[in-house]
Design a protein around this ligand. Sequence first.
Ligand SMILES: Nc1nc2c(c(=O)[nH]1)N[C@H]1C(S)=C(S)[C@@H](COP(=O)(O)OP(=O)(O)OC[C@H]3O[C@@H](n4cnc5c(=O)[nH]c(N)nc54)[C@H](O)[C@@H]3O)O[C@H]1N2
Ligand SMILES: Nc1nc2c(c(=O)[nH]1)N[C@H]1C(S)=C(S)[C@@H](COP(=O)(O)OP(=O)(O)OC[C@H]3O[C@@H](n4cnc5c(=O)[nH]c(N)nc54)[C@H](O)[C@@H]3O)O[C@H]1N2
Ligand code: SF4
Ligand SMILES: [Mo]
Length: 759
Amino acid sequence: MNGRTVHGYCAQCKARCGSVAVVSEEDVLLSVRADPDHPNHSFCVKGAAAPRFVHDPTRLRHPMRRTNPKTAADPGWERIGWDEALTFVARRMREIAAAHGPESVVFTRPAPGGSHAGDWSPFLDRLAAAFGTPNVMTTGHICSWGRSGGAAHTFGGGLPTAHYEDAATILVWGHNPAVSNVQTWRRIQRATRRGARLVVVDPRATGTTRRADLWLRPRPGTDAALALGVTHLLLARGYYDPEFVTWWTNGPFLVDTETGRLLRRDGRFVVSDGSDEHAVDVEADPSTWGVRPRLRVDRPGARSAFSLLAERAARYDPETVARLTGVSEVDLGRLADLLANGPVCYDTYNGVEQHTDTAQTSRALGVLYALTGWLESPGGNVTFSSPGGLPKLRTDSSRRLGLADRPLGAPRNGVAAYDVYDAALTGHPYPVHALVAFGGNALLQNGDTRRGAEALRSLDLHVHVDMRENPTARFADLLLPASTPWESPGLVTGFGGGPDTQTWAQYRAPVVPPQHESRPDVEILFDLAVRLGLGDQFWDGDVHAAYAAQLEGTGLTLDELRASPGGLRRPGRTLTYHRHTRVRGDGTVTGFATPTRKVELYSEAFLDAGHDPLPVHNDRSAAFTPEFPLTLTSAKLRQYTHSTGRSIPSLRTQAPEPFLEVHPDDADTYGVHDGAMVRLATASGAIRLRAKVSTSVAAGVVATQTGWWEACEELGLPGHDPFSADGANVNLIISNAVRDPISGSVPVKDYPCRIEPLP
Ligand SMILES: Nc1nc2c(c(=O)[nH]1)N[C@H]1C(S)=C(S)[C@@H](COP(=O)(O)OP(=O)(O)OC[C@H]3O[C@@H](n4cnc5c(=O)[nH]c(N)nc54)[C@H](O)[C@@H]3O)O[C@H]1N2
Ligand SMILES: Nc1nc2c(c(=O)[nH]1)N[C@H]1C(S)=C(S)[C@@H](COP(=O)(O)OP(=O)(O)OC[C@H]3O[C@@H](n4cnc5c(=O)[nH]c(N)nc54)[C@H](O)[C@@H]3O)O[C@H]1N2
Ligand code: SF4
Ligand SMILES: [Mo]
């Protein structure tokens, strides 16, 4: 192919693969492939489809304003100019803030996991903060909270990164990296080739389970019971690390059996060495305590957290766990044996994030992992330092929607769509009047699609910036064309995942110029900030000055990065093993950033908020009635991120239609045939899908995908009406009413349903 080659990285999902693009003399993007010299040197079909994403004929071309009411099927888009559009938006945002407070303006973005929002979302957060609203709507409550915000209730920060390179046993729980992250999958495959054992916990057969040495297939939503069952075996068989647990967890701390609170003496926590009880200073290096705490303490009035955990876990004996989860006693024992064979690292994701007990499941997994003792060790889960980054603006988040109801949960990080819908429609706890959306597709990707549409119709101002007019954007007052990542700049100061990639930094110059009248999100954000009078917090609109600020502390300059378009290795260390044991200059020990400075086997914060301080399984079997006996779950497809990509022929040929995986026994029971259309119904409605009869799911479980709405004209494949029972929008039939009381997650991965054949 003729043309120039341009190095960069693909930002279409968070794998962020190093890329080499070929661009014609006319600035047409001809091809994109993996950069073999980049540490993230694998690629996927979505990245390879980049030329089509850029030059897709159905892209938005210019800013547009609605001329018809929001109840009309056709918005009556009218072309306008950028200046007019952004002047209007800034004026209306200021008016609404003056009348109702800045918190009545909500910002939103697509999930960085499946979009290029990672390139610019720090600036969106900054704009929200500078404007004075605590409300950025995200899908965090069903996406990443369990392994980031939720894990903080056990580890003090998000789940440390699995260090596959040196692991002997790799535990992947509720995650399918073979589809959802090619870089993680590359690492895991390299590790298994050198002999690491792979254990996967997933109710569905996937590319990841196919490579597993041990595949456990629990019923959806029973993961906490399974984790507690393994915990029981680790404790009963002595397969835990007594040193780590004694010195670095709050296991030895005594709990008042009356109140459930940790005992304190002069503000210090109390341990027992078997003869005496001692108050210990958790800020100090525990080797200076002068006492070796016992793990099991049971005396009248007080017991150790470890004893209480052991007692809790003993409720989950193998027979009980087999009954609750469907995992055999033999397999449960095998998993315990493999965990005894370290180093062990683990990763987890959406499979355990989308349930009514996401928070307790996150804790159950964290506690189980802590017992192995491999945290922050080579081949375990480790914390990389990340120099650089945008200085954060201080804001008051106390009025953030949802935070009063779930102070420990996902609202600490972002606002759930259902709270925005409620606020817009009921005015509770205060009204929402405006939505400023840089992408995202809330109506397709959250339950209660119809209520969501009603809420969007009620807004005084709704701006949507996107490459395409998705069904959520159709309710906007203004629709503004965004550039794809290939037309936008991007800066990464560490690619994450491993020591080789976390030290890699790269500036991506736009590979081709912005198409049509589109503009990169980062430019639009800076322009809007200046028009809102917030230019002083946005480097007076100079994006590259902001990048320079982001690079402070990295030892790199923007000029160096520009001169090395494929990226370069950042100086300095990013990984220190056993960082919790480090003693600082003032004599305090690093420890963990939890209230007890230890990994929390026992969470007093949960207790104080009215929740169980120990991990517990929430039995949802009563939700499954004779009317809705089957469990509906959902998963990602290799070809698409969420609701995007269906118009791209190279992708759509590979995954042409929405489908439902059905086990042969259920197909028999309900009269469903492979390849025939089925009606999938819940208490909230029904949709139509093509049945794929297969043992990929266990009997009693059906699985589909989200995000079906767009047509592919070239292949003659239709779109799907996301509001109709003739469509395939699974979130149309999922209600947000039942939630995890702690995190606010919704059971989109274990939802009661039934199936019927369609003529
Ligand atoms: N190709 C592609 N890649 C993506 C994305 C995409 O849309 N497409 N999205 C990105 C984003 S935002 C995210 S958050 C990640 C998500 O990445 P993943 O976590 O891999 O996403 P899922 O496929 O939703 O869920 C993972 C697995 O959980 C299993 N599962 C379902 N129910 C349960 C359960 O009850 N228990 C357990 N243990 N497992 C269960 C599913 O069968 C599935 O195989 O992927 C990112 N990468
Ligand atoms: N039932 C069920 N529901 C789910 C899930 C599930 O497994 N089951 N998964 C959940 C998960 S993990 C997630 S993360 C959410 C995803 O939810 P969302 O993030 O809302 O979904 P997307 O489809 O990725 O939204 C993409 C929209 O943003 C646009 N876009 C992409 N990148 C950019 C950009 O850089 N700039 C701008 N301006 N626009 C951009 C795209 O063109 C598209 O229109 O869905 C959640 N919903
Ligand atoms: S996995 Fe695919 S879409 Fe994601 S960054 Fe890599 S090439 Fe791009
Ligand atoms: Mo996600």
